[in-house]
Ligand binder design. Structure first.
Ligand code: ZN
Ligand code: ZN
Length: 337
């Protein structure tokens, strides 16, 4: 028997039988698992696709304990991280190498049968990446969240020598800031509601931080950039930030929707047409983003010292979720004990 975190209506821990690897699968012993904004949103019924009860945990590092006989890509004893998209491997998108857009996409730890906040779990071995030895466990737990901005910046066409705005500096916004800086953005201006978040973004390398609640926030961002933004990363994705993002990108800029929207918004379509604005969705990541994220971590662009603000034992999962929701933490991890 083993312990598994579940979110029925609140955070609970249940006993379950440790699963054996099915065809094509590896069995893992969890080492660390991050609490994601999507988990805390789902817990509160504010995630569009993930609804309790489910077994959370998609930012996972583990050690392979067993593999199905036909699995050759990983072996017992290897430390790995999970790429949690569970594609069908057969549809049009999968055949084109866009597994993140699979037409029958499942997602490990977001409504699939199992999640990574469990002492043991099994997963398709094709979804595992071996972690380089020079990344310690808390740093390796950042590979999955870091792959999100890496993918978003790739879809934006890169940020080198470009004017960048980042709306919202929670974990993903801060990671976007670090990567955009490392990849040569010319100037980076962020927005955030709280003074504490703005101060943290400045400490993490933003050129300026604007109060997101100011009526003229978009004008302030443009003034701090000295021009319009070439790329705006909307890490909030609510009506106010979408409206601001389009105003900041006017004219000719790209707005990348990185945050998970809780609902629909309206856009000024005439402005979008006349100013040749582009709205680009960004959904998770691909294996190439994992490769780049690991290199960025090895280069020290993003460090666990900056981002991992708490590590709690699995038995304190409810407290870890409370930490993650408090606004006082960046990334909270669970470890088996
Ligand atoms: Zn996540
Ligand atoms: Zn597919």
């Amino acid at each position: 028997m083993m312990r598994v975190v579940v979110l029925p209506a609140g955070v609970r821990i249940v006993e379950a039988k440790a699963p054996d690897p099915g065809p094509g699968e590896a069995q893992l012993r969890m080492v660390v698992a991050g609490v994601c904004g999507s988990d805390t949103h789902a817990l509160r019924g504010r995630h569009p696709n993930v609804h309790p009860p489910y077994a959370p945990g998609h930012e996972v590092v583990g050690v392979v304990t067993a593999v199905a006989p036909e699995v050759t890509t990983v072996r017992a004893g290897q430390r790995v991280t999970v790429e949690p998209d569970l594609p069908c491997w057969e549809c049009k998108q999968c055949r084109a190498g866009r597994q993140n857009l699979c037409e029958r996409l499942g997602f490990f730890g977001c409504g699939s049968e199992q999640g990574g906040m469990a002492e043991m779990f099994t997963i398709d071995a094709r979804r595992l990446h071996v972690v380089p030895d020079d990344l310690d466990d808390p740093t390796a737990a950042l590979i999955e969240p870091l792959s999100t901005p890496v993918h978003a910046i790739r879809l934006a066409g890169g940020v080198r020598d470009r004017a960048v705005a980042i709306l919202g500096v929670g974990t993903i916004g801060l990671l976007t800031l670090k990567v955009a800086r490392a990849l040569g953005a010319r100037r980076i201006v962020v927005t955030a509601r709280s003074a504490k978040s703005r101060a943290r973004a400045l400490a993490f390398g933003a050129d300026a931080a604007v109060d997101a609640t100011a009526p003229d926030a978009a004008d302030q961002v443009r003034a701090e950039l000295g021009e319009s933004a070439d790329v705006v990363f909307d890490c909030v994705a609510e009506q106010p930030t979408v409206t601001q993002a389009l105003a900041i990108a006017d004219k000719g800029g790209t707005v990348v929707v990185v945050g998970v929207p809780a609902g629909d918004v309206t856009v000024p379509l005439a402005l979008l047409q006349d100013s040749q604005l582009r709205i680009q969705g960004s959904a998770t990541y691909l294996p190439e983003d994992y490769v780049d994220a690991m290199e960025l971590l090895r280069a020290g662009v993003v460090t666990a010292a900056d981002f991992v603000t708490a590590v709690r034992p699995l038995g304190e999962a409810a407290a870890a979720f409370a930490d993650a929701e408090s606004g006082d933490h960046i990334k909270v991890l669970l470890a088996p004990r």
